[in-house]
Design a binder for this molecule. Structure first.
Ligand code: OAD
Length: 249
């Protein structure tokens, strides 16, 4: 499908052109076209016998840090090979066009940064970073540390990926910024997320309460669909460039 074939209602084009402040929320669907498997789809090969929800927890890491580190190393290998797609690029372009723009993401792959987005709020952390499992500070593993997991160069505790695990709190500042962006925007664009995981799923509802136009981009129906003012039913790599092109092309 060419981006010119994406049907965008005139009233949505006008709403976007007039918006002073836009907030975006992305989920793993936006990276699917970059070849990054979604959280649950990611289980192939050796890893099929593990439930990701059982691996992405502090309890799993305490029980078997080697296994959990290996799993993340394997996921990171996929991500390192991935490049941003046209959906990521359209969001970066939107940021350049709109007076105020914030992009809240649940993705840990860093592809929005690579696409050129600047005001990115990472709610679930970033798989490319490591932190000390004892003190929580972000650290670079030592080059010569081949441990699985490597050790904190300061205190000797295991390092862990800087991502939010099930049962853990989200980063306080990122969460506050995300809610502020949702409450302050004229238009809220939710793309590639199932809208099932809290508290991210509350952001569009918060924006709606504050009077924003809600736009959803997803090939499938989600719990957000019934609240959305506009639904672009399709893949982010087609719908997002189609939307940006319709408003600014
Ligand atoms: P999900 O796997 O829950 O949902 C992915 C969504 O993307 C679904 O609604 C799909 O229909 C949609 N989708 C698939 N392909 C798409 C495409 N090409 N374009 C647009 N949409 C597409 O992923 P998330 O909503 O990101 O948390 O899940 C949220 C969080 O749950 C993740 O960050 C992760 C997971 O548990 C943690 O790891 C803490």
């Amino acid at each position: 499908m060419s981006i010119r074939d994406v049907r965008v209602p005139e009233s949505l084009i006008t709403a976007l052109q007039n918006a002073q402040s836009v907030a975006g929320l992305t989920g793993s669907g936006v990276s699917a076209e970059s070849g990054v498997p979604t959280f649950r789809e990611a289980q192939t090969g050796l890893w099929t016998r593990f439930d990701p929800e059982q691996l992405a927890t502090p309890e799993a890491f305490a029980r078997d840090p080697h296994l959990v580190w290996e799993w993340y190393a394997w996921r990171r290998k996929h991500i390192d090979k991935a490049a941003p797609n046209r959906g990521h690029e359209a969001l970066a372009e939107l940021e350049r066009r709109v007076p105020s723009f914030a992009l809240v993401t649940q993705n840990v792959d860093g592809l929005h940064w690579h696409a050129g987005s600047r005001n990115v709020i990472e709610l679930h952390g970033n798989i490319g970073r490591s932190k000390c499992s004892r003190e929580g500070v972000i650290v670079e593993p030592r080059q010569d540390d081949t441990g699985v997991p490597p050790l904190c160069p300061h205190c000797g505790a295991f390092l862990r990926p800087d991502v939010v695990w099930f049962g853990e709190a989200l980063p306080v500042d990122a969460l506050a910024e995300a809610f502020e962006a949702a409450r302050g925007c004229d238009l809220f664009l939710s793309a590639g997320t199932s809208g099932l995981v809290q508290p991210a799923a509350s952001l569009p509802i918060e924006a709606l309460r504050s009077g924003a136009v809600i736009v959803e981009v997803n090939p499938d129906e989600t719990p957000l669909t019934r609240y959305a003012s506009y639904v672009l039913r399709g893949r982010a790599g087609e719908m997002l460039p189609g939307l940006v092109n319709a408003a600014y092309g």
